[in-house]
Design a protein around this ligand. Structure first.
Ligand SMILES: [Zn+2]
Length: 194
């Protein structure tokens, strides 16, 4: 199928965005934790792409400007299971995804690590392949009341603010207003138990 079109649900990388880029993953914040998730069919974007650009366009660009493609993610995951390695530089970028996107969340001042986004990204890639093979395939996950956040875009600023913006931190308090703008306390809105 390499001559055909593949389903692409990733937010395109914008080189003028100074924030780290994770085109296939979203962040979910609920009553007790923050994590990366795959939105599957809840992703807002669906287009078609030639295989070559689908496979080779960056889907992660970390805070140091290091890029990873779908090809990198899939081959690294596949080769790790078999014990082989693709390229030490790319392996290192993959391992650093734990921290290199710079996302943090604090719930009631307790730091929540989001972990490595690669599994969520690979889940979304698998979803794209399934939809490419079978256009009737559909799957929508239920993340409960969690607050779902996508790309953070920072396109204005001086070099000083670029350094400051490399950490994206979200702070919520259970008794503070929910960041979704509902005007309701977080614990009664997106932070309610699921
Ligand atoms: Zn809310």
């Amino acid at each position: 199928m390499k001559g055909g079109k593949f389903i692409d649900t990733a937010d395109a990388f914008n080189p003028s965005n100074m924030a780290p880029h994770g085109g296939l993953v979203y962040m979910a914040l609920d009553a007790s934790r923050a994590r990366y998730i795959a939105l599957l069919d809840n992703a807002s974007k669906i287009t078609l792409k030639d295989f070559e650009s689908w496979w080779n366009d960056p889907v992660f660009v970390d805070k140091n400007g290091q890029k990873l493609t779908r090809q990198n993610l899939v081959l690294i995951a596949a080769n790790q299971a078999g014990g082989a390695h693709v390229d030490p530089a790319i392996d290192s970028r993959y391992a650093k995804l734990d921290t290199s996107l710079g996302h943090h969340a604090f719930i009631d001042n307790v730091k929540q690590e989001l972990g490595n986004p690669s599994r969520a990204a690979i889940r979304q890639i698998a979803h794209e392949v399934l939809k490419t093979l079978d256009p009737t395939y559909s799957k929508k996950p239920n993340h409960g009341p969690a607050l779902i956040m996508g790309q953070i875009s920072l396109t204005v600023g001086s070099p000083a603010s670029r350094a400051a913006n490399q950490q994206s931190t979200l702070r919520v308090g259970r008794n503070a207003l929910c960041p979704c703008g509902s005007g309701i306390k977080y614990k009664k809105c997106h932070g309610r138990p699921f």
